[in-house]
Design a protein around this ligand. Sequence first.
Ligand SMILES: [Zn+2]
Ligand SMILES: [Zn+2]
Ligand SMILES: [Zn+2]
Length: 205
Amino acid sequence: MSTQEPTRTIAYICPECRQSVIVERSLFSLAAAPAKIPCPCGKSALGVEFLADRVKLDVPCLFCGTAHKVTCSSTAFVREKTLAFSCAASGLDCCYVGEEGPVFAATARLEQTVDKLERDAGQDNVFLDEIVMHEVLSELKDIASRGGVSCACGSKQWSFQVNYSSVDLMCAECGAEMRLPAATADDIDDICCKNTILIRGKSKE
Ligand SMILES: [Zn+2]
Ligand SMILES: [Zn+2]
Ligand SMILES: [Zn+2]
């Protein structure tokens, strides 16, 4: 990449593996077509799309486990030293766009905040909300004990993984995955009104 070519540095923290993803992309390539900026772990990606006079970002969020759709003016996206986008649920930053130096510095500060939040919680494997996670897991257990969890492929063999603010269900037959959010009281309501859970796979993302 030529040093003359205007670039933007874009950063987020991967909700899956918790590492910072910081990449430099030429403005030309970003403006040319919608881009996906994947984490090296392959489990999350940030979307960038230039619209008429705005830029739309789709940011996987470490703090609440959802993806935030945020926009800013194209002018700000192209010119600002650092643009910060924050998570509506936690108020913490979830994405930076700008010049390389300031974006690296902001991301390093955010990593420290994440470390501090985890230390404050006093344990390694911390959930965004202990009560919500507990409720979602116990509902899942109820549904599972009735044989209510199955996959669209027909399998009833599955496993699950507990994350910071969600639970992933994985079909043991076809590998399809489904995410149950476990971040807010609404997520408890959502799973409480389900009798069965059907793992449909990733295709609808
Ligand atoms: Zn990752
Ligand atoms: Zn968020
Ligand atoms: Zn399956």
